[in-house]
Design a protein around this ligand. Structure first.
Ligand code: TXA
Ligand code: MG
Length: 354
């Protein structure tokens, strides 16, 4: 059930078998350029229900539909506007998901009953070939158990979902490491519902003003259910705690030297409580915490590098069995905003600004 495929030139026989599974209502996990997805036939409501079951995903959190050409995207919606055409020209295939009015052929379950639909064309040959052989738009959330860090390797998928799904296509590590940018085009001014690989300034260069949904960072979470309190989000996914390792994670953000001082202070505090503390740090700062369980996610100057290692590092803390994680933030600019958004969400609101 774990099938290896060449990410650049996928074996046809493997893709044919996997697409057959999708066509007959089964689930297949596959690599994309962002993270691994868990795919099903968009038009098969029963198959789509299996995705929610396998992930333990709340029913009200809609899926992203993956296509391999524009025509397929058109058939999923009742209105592709000029902005959408422009964005597809520039950013597809790639890490941009656009939200448009939902077409009638799409079962309500896929979009959690919303009148809108999220669509993207992934920039990964395995994903594109799979869609092309299946001749179906493929509904696919990230292939993790709901709430856990998204999978960036086939092994992560196996850890979370092995035994529950028909096949996993192993195309090596997903390159980018964080999920696509989600952009809502159904309102007069487009709104970013999730920052990702395509940045705010890249979008504004093409279509003018873009808003960032204020709910992205600021809600309070219910510590038990992980659900946010008093909160009416535009994207149901914002409502839930996400990307989180098992140990509670505290995020320290702000001015560099103050951050390291604060992290050390928190580490000492937690250790005094008898806890095993993990520190998430950068190449440049790891030396400050040498007496602890330190994992480095790359250079503080390279959000790209940090993104590609973030989720596997969060999973590694679980393997190490630490009781609590103290994480350093980085500059939330450009692609760094996507990384910080995931860290803030992983912290479930436990953010300390210094
Ligand atoms: O990079 C990605 O986007 C990956 C790969 C597999 O393509 N997929 C992914 O899917 O991250 P998922 O399900 O983990 O995240 C989808 C997000 C959720 O936050 C969901 O609430 C939002 O997109 N979403 C989907 N449809 C929506 C809609 N119609 N309106 C608002 N938000 C929507
Ligand atoms: Mg996800």
């Amino acid at each position: 059930m774990l099938w290896r495929v060449d990410p650049a030139k996928p074996d046809r026989e493997v893709i044919r078998k996997a697409s057959g599974i999708l066509r007959s209502g089964g689930l297949v996990a596959f690599p994309t350029e962002t993270v691994y997805g868990l795919g099903a036939d968009t038009f098969n409501a029963e198959a789509v229900k299996k995705i929610f079951l396998a992930k333990g995903r709340p029913q009200d959190n809609p899926l992203i539909i993956h296509v391999n050409n524009r025509q397929m995207a058109r058939e999923l919606t009742i209105g592709i506007n000029r902005q959408a055409e422009r964005l597809m020209d520039i950013f597809w295939p790639g890490p941009l998901t656009i939200i448009l009015p939902r077409g009638e052929k799409v079962p309500a379950e896929v979009c959690a009953g919303l009148a809108s639909i999220a669509i993207r064309m992934p920039a990964h040959q395995v994903a594109l070939d799979l869609i092309s052989y299946a001749q179906l738009p493929v509904a696919a959330p990230s292939a993790n158990v709901s709430g856990r860090p998204s999978p960036t390797t086939a092994m992560h998928v196996y850890e979370d979902l092995g035994g529950q799904i028909e096949a996993i296509l192993d195309g090596g590590p997903a390159g980018m490491g964080v999920e696509s940018t989600v952009l809502d085009l159904t309102s007069p001014v487009p709104v970013i519902l999730r920052p990702g690989g395509v940045t705010v300034s890249q979008l504004e260069k093409e279509i003018g003003e873009v808003r960032i949904d204020p709910h992205i960072e600021t809600a309070t979470f219910n510590g038990d259910s992980g659900e946010k309190v008093n909160f009416q989000p535009r994207s149901p996914g914002m409502k839930y705690k996400h990307y989180a390792p098992r140990a509670p994670l505290f995020l320290v953000e702000g001015d560099g030297r103050r951050v390291t001082a604060k992290v050390r202070e928190l580490v000492a505090l937690k250790q005094a409580e008898g806890l095993r503390v993990g520190v998430l740090a950068y190449n440049e700062t790891a030396g400050y915490y040498s007496q602890n369980e330190v994992l480095t996610v790359g250079s503080i100057w390279s959000a790209e590098q940090v993104a590609s290692r973030l989720y596997s590092t969060l999973r590694r803390f679980d393997e190490l069995g630490v009781d609590v994680i103290i994480a350093e933030g980085l500059e939330p600019q450009g692609f760094g905003l996507a990384v910080m958004n995931r860290l803030r969400r992983a912290s479930g609101g436990k953010v300390i600004r210094v």
